[in-house]
Design a protein around this ligand. Sequence first.
Ligand SMILES: Nc1ncnc2c1ncn2[C@@H]1O[C@H](COP(=O)(O)OP(=O)(O)O)[C@@H](O)[C@H]1O
Ligand SMILES: [Mg+2]
Length: 317
Amino acid sequence: MKKLTLALISGGISSEREVSLSSGDQVFEALDKERYDIRRYDPKSDLPRLVQDAPGIDAALIILHGPYGEDGTIQGMLDLLGIPYQGSGVLGSAVAMNKLVSKQLYEKAGIPVPAYIVLQRHDTDVAGTTVERLGLPLVVKPASGGSSIGMSIVREIDRLAAALEKGFEYDDTLILEEFIEGTELTVGVIGNRDLEALPVIEIVPDERYEFFDYEAKYTAGATREICPAPIPDSLAQQAQSYALMAHRALFLEGYSRTDMIAAEKGLFVLETNTIPGMTATSLFPQSAAAAGMSFRQVLDRLIELGMEAHSPEHGKA
Ligand SMILES: Nc1ncnc2c1ncn2[C@@H]1O[C@H](COP(=O)(O)OP(=O)(O)O)[C@@H](O)[C@H]1O
Ligand SMILES: [Mg+2]
């Protein structure tokens, strides 16, 4: 078989740059060198070289998180260059990056989400009514963010102003959300037309973390991940079904991973990641492993699905 020339894109300019670079290294290690001739590109410095090399590139693997990576921008550039890539296209990527747009589409699809209020930078005098509607604690998050950056859990009303100020450092639009006490689950899906839900993972952040924050996400050993989650079958099936519904509701392609919280009053969807963490020990590869796919096989599959969905011939009459 002829080797495929693969552009491995990692780094970038979002606040998740460091995570992306280390994921990029691990993906590079794991990729089958017999199968791929791998060229690496960091959008921070290498976009002109990517454009130049484009005619010789068969596929791209985008290992970027957050704005200018997971949000449709690099996907649009690759579309223009005629390079297929793994995962969602421009529309799905942009939609899923925005937690507010995502919520609106989840709601339309009948997927339960925590009660929420939207706050723009110039809205004033919201504290009283917000707390009345959502109760305490409540969660403040930037509408387009990731890795829990700019997020706070507000437990006392006099902490709200500081939480809003912190959130507005990252975005002009904030979501204030009802705090859901429960078990965190995350569910990966993979496929194009035949979409498969992977085994459910339960996330257990160490007690010293208030929630699954940046540190809990990226400090080795700070979080336990149990896959398959030790939950009743009926709950696991519901979680898988919501992950499939969420993937379709947000117009996603190839793969995704949906975060949820299972509470006494039901299962709630928080958000869907279009480029989930991609180190060998990240959540998506772990659940793929539970379904019998090695990290290397997952990467092969994602590239294959991407080439099928985003090849330049795709969609042409
Ligand atoms: N409504 C909520 N109730 C309880 N915990 C929440 C809520 N929203 C977010 N969290 C906590 O914050 C983490 C990150 O939130 P999430 O919406 O998944 O954003 P992201 O992972 O993109 O930063 C979750 O994994 C969870 O621990
Ligand atoms: Mg999340």
